[in-house]
Design a protein around this ligand. Structure first.
Ligand SMILES: [Zn+2]
Ligand SMILES: [Zn+2]
Ligand SMILES: [Zn+2]
Length: 318
């Protein structure tokens, strides 16, 4: 992997001057905000029933995922960046401790919680820069909005809570990837992962070039767990990719579930979940939470009589 530092950017001549830098622990993360808004609705929204596995003896939960195709505007606003560094250092890995992931060089035990320290990869912010004038790119293209109702949000919340409980109960350190469950709301992780998994299926099933389409998640007004996802074409005027998502939604969901399940990784990897160019920096992703939505959409309903708890545990330990 090569690293470049940007020395200058001239918007009038559309030129950026980059310098290759030798291997370094330094890197930057841009503060970018995406805004996606509908200008004109192209079709009636489609409400797809989500068939979650029901608890034994419980009633079916009539949850719904809505897809809406419209012509809209996509903006990316970059207002600055953080300069970060990564270091491999002794630290406290007790999540309830104030020293969690703080560097503790030369300490064999955490001075606060007395637990033994361990070596781990730590990320530190060195500085933050804000641009005088944010950089803004904007274009109009077809977009597909994905939203879930409050029954689905509640189901995901319970699923995530049970997964956290079963992961903590093992007494082992939380495996990489699953930490997302503590750091982000369950609806955000589920919709984001679902979007990435559909994109992966679109690339294979509908042979859409990954650069032609992207997905971003936006906080919606309402409770803390309200999020919506947007598939959007990445070129002004559109290229048909989002319309393909809308048109082939049934096949895409079942193919996406098969790809995710067929991948031999645990919590999601570059083959099944990570997307190059994700505007959200590939954070808040977890294979299992995306699969909850994909499986609930898949037709016909396969064997799903297991308790959600039991399923959570087998999926996570496998
Ligand atoms: Zn500690
Ligand atoms: Zn994978
Ligand atoms: Zn993403």
């Amino acid at each position: 992997m090569l690293t470049y530092q940007c020395l200058s950017l001239d918007l009038t001549s559309k030129q950026a001057i980059l310098k290759q830098v030798p291997e370094s622990p330094l890197f930057t993360v841009a503060f970018t905000q995406s805004e996606t808004g509908s200008l004109k609705v192209l079709t009636n929204p489609v409400a797809l029933p989500l068939k979650f596995p029901r608890a034994e003896g419980g009633a079916d939960l009539p949850a719904v995922l809505t897809l809406e195709l419209s012509y809209g505007q996509v903006s990316h606003i970059t207002s600055g960046y953080s300069l970060m560094t990564q270091l491999y250092e002794q630290t406290c890995l007790n999540r309830r401790c104030l020293n969690y992931k703080e560097p503790l060089p030369d300490e064999r035990r955490c001075p606060l919680c007395i637990k033994p320290t361990r070596k781990a990869l730590l990320i530190k912010t060195l500085s933050e820069e804000s641009f005088e004038q944010p950089y803004r790119t904007q274009f109009s293209a077809p977009i597909v909005k994905v939203a879930i109702d409050s029954t689905a949000q509640d189901y995901l919340q319970t699923f995530a809570r049970e997964a956290r409980t079963s992961l903590s109960r093992s007494g082992q350190p939380i495996p990489p990837g699953y930490q997302q469950l503590w750091e982000y709301p369950s609806s955000l992780i589920a919709i984001h992962s679902f979007g990435h998994q559909i994109l992966r299926s679109l690339q294979l099933f509908a042979r859409v070039d990954p650069r032609e389409v992207n997905f971003s998640v936006v906080k919606e007004p309402g409770g803390s767990n309200h999020y919506a996802g947007y598939f959007y074409d990445t070129s002004d005027g559109g290229n048909g990719a989002s319309e393909a998502v809308f048109k082939h939604r049934a096949e895409l969901s079942s193919t996406a579930a098969a790809i995710a399940r067929g991948c031999d990784c645990d919590a999601g990897c570059a083959k099944c979940l990570i997307q190059h160019g994700c505007p959200d920096g590939n954070t808040a992703l977890l294979k299992q939470l995306g699969l909850v939505l994909l499986d609930a959409l898949a037709e016909p309903l396969v064997e799903k009589n297991a308790l959600p708890t039991a399923q959570t545990e087998t999926e996570i330990s496998s």
